[in-house]
Structure formats: C-alpha cells, structure tokens
Ligand binder design. Structure first.
Ligand SMILES: [Zn+2]
Ligand SMILES: [Zn+2]
Ligand SMILES: [Zn+2]
Length: 322
C-alpha cells in the first residue's frame, strides 16, 4: 500500500476563515485545514517549533493546501496594503530593453484583490487585481502544474504565475515563474529613451530632417568628414549587397542616390546635410556605429520597433563616450 504523505499545513483557518500562522495561533482555539476544512491540531511545545498537525486523509492533498493558502495570502497582503499598513507588494519584472530584473511596486490604481474570480469567458483565475471595478490582471499560483496553454492563450487579462511555496514564505514579493503582464521598461531605460529622443530631435531640427516613425530606422553619429552630428538612417535590406531603392516615400532628404568611388557606382546612401559627403554603409552596423547589433532585415512595424529599441540600447552603451 502506498504510504500516505504527511500533510504540512503552514497556515490554518481560524473560526472566521482567516489564515493563521502556528506561531500566533492560540491553544484551546479551533483551527481548520484551508483545503479540506477538517480540524487540525495546534502543536506548540518547548522543543518542537509550533505547527499544525493534519489527520491522515484520503481526500486532502498537499498541493491543494499550498494552492489555497498562497492565493489567500496574496489577497490578505493586498488588503493590508490598501489599508495603509504595509508598503505596496513588489513584482519582480524583467525590463524589455536591458533585461534586468527590476522591482515594480503594485500600482496604486489596484483597488483590491478578489479570490477565485470568474473572468468574462468563464475561466477562473486564482487572484484577480481589480482596477475601476474591473479585473485588470491576474495572479496564478503554480504548485506543480503550470497554467495550461489553452487557458494562458484565452485569458482575457494579463497574468503572471508565481510559485505557491515562495508566496507563502513571502507574499509581498512576486517573482513570476511566468510573466504575461504588459511588457515592462525600467526607469533607467525610460530615461535613456527620453534622452535619445531629445538628442535626435535636436539634431533633426538643426539639420532640417524629418524623423519617420516606420521603415527608416534612425540614429545619429558624427559626419566622418565635417565632424558634425547628423541623423543617419537604415532601412530593411535583404543582404549587404542589396542596392535597391528604399521602398517607402517620402525618402528622407539626406538619403540620396549618389555615385561612390569606393563602390564604383550609384546607390542609395546617407549623406551629410552640412558638407554633402557620402556616409559609407560599412561603419553603420559595425562596432562602434549607430546601428551596431541592429538586424534591419524585415519590413514590418514590429521589426521596426524592435530595431529602434536596439538602437537605443547601443546608444545607452556609447552614451558615456558621445
Ligand atoms: Zn486538509
Ligand atoms: Zn531597463
Ligand atoms: Zn559633413
């Protein structure tokens, strides 16, 4: 016969279904298993650390106990926060630009958390975060099974999955095992994007060049000849040898069809708005160059956005030298 696993109950329900830790539980009071609601016995002695003892059970299981406690702990902590008793719970988020794990406090606009919330298409989420009376995001507890792919795909709100055991140990910091929240940009990267924006806009204005929002990726660099800062463009090309004309009109005025001795022919190339000299292609994607590490292959808005992001990343790396 299979030996029944001894059930661990890190928190038990008190008479009002509030979670209670064995350290703060009182002898003589009744406590219940949060999963099967059967009575558990508080063991508190001189030698053994305080704990709740669960009777051997055919129906109750460890996974359900952890799952139940974890989600209740999250709801409790959010309630405490909303009452002003503790600081906002923290999400550990990965910045989409620098990839660093950064603390994101739960936004103030979260009004409350609701346990086992049924969303519009019938799925039940473990904890729903309510904003303006509507579920805005969900926290799912992972004990041994991940959220199934079908549910993950169909959930109408962003969600994260957190480890049940980790939440029980610390319900104020959520380090997702899976993060399907809205993409996150850290403060430092936001600052860099802003600085980059200010800088390119200034150069664009000085040189009377319009900054596009699609197709033409842009950065800035010194003109190799007159050494003044100018806007440089890159547009999708199938290969290094692709000399075809840019496909999207209007073509920025500094991209011109010019004759190059080096190439021994005419081709579409960046030129300096001040001294008119050709800005050879070779250095643009080389290190260090304005488009180092940028793919610039695909003509889609997603690829464009990603490439512009990479341009900002390389800008952040060179910034100290520029
Ligand atoms: Zn139980
Ligand atoms: Zn970042
Ligand atoms: Zn120049």
């Amino acid at each position: 016969m299979l030996k029944k696993q001894k059930l661990k109950v890190p928190f038990a329900y008190d008479g009002e279904k509030g979670l209670c830790a064995p350290q703060t539980a009182e002898k003589g009071k009744q406590y219940f298993c949060p999963a099967c609601e059967d009575t558990v016995i508080l063991k508190k002695g001189e030698i053994k650390t305080a704990h709740f003892a669960h009777k051997v059970s055919e129906t109750c299981n460890q996974e359900t106990i952890i799952h139940k406690i974890a989600k209740q702990r999250i709801v409790d902590v959010i309630c405490e926060w909303k009452r002003g008793r503790i600081n906002a719970p923290i999400f550990k988020r990965q910045c989409k630009i620098c990839s660093e794990l950064t603390d994101q406090p739960m936004p103030d606009k979260v009004e409350r958390a609701v346990l086992e919330y049924k969303v519009t298409n019938g799925f039940i989420v473990d904890v729903a975060l309510i904003v303006a009376n509507e579920p805005a995001a969900a926290i799912e507890i992972r004990v041994s099974h991940a959220v199934d792919e079908n549910k993950a795909r169909l959930l109408p709100i962003p969600f994260i999955e957190v480890d049940g055991q980790a939440v029980i140990e610390n319900p104020t910091i959520f380090e997702p095992v899976r993060d399907c929240f809205k993409e996150f940009t850290c403060k430092r990267c936001k600052q860099t994007i802003k600085q980059f924006g200010v800088k390119v806009n200034k150069i664009a204005k000085q040189t009377n060049v319009d900054l596009p929002d699609r197709y033409y990726r842009y950065g800035f660099w010194e003109c190799w000849k007159c050494k003044r800062e100018i806007i440089l463009f890159a547009w999708p090309k199938t290969s290094d040898w692709d000399k075809s004309a840019p496909k999207v009109k209007p073509i920025p005025r500094t991209i011109q069809y010019r004759y190059s001795k080096t190439v021994a022919g005419r081709y579409w190339v960046n030129t300096c708005p001040y001294c008119k000299s050709i800005q050879g292609d070779w250095f643009l994607f080389a290190y260090p160059g304005p488009f180092f590490g940028v793919r610039c292959k695909e003509d889609s808005q997603d690829a464009y956005n990603k490439d512009m992001q990479d341009i900002v990343v390389s800008y952040a790396e060179y910034k100290s030298e520029l």
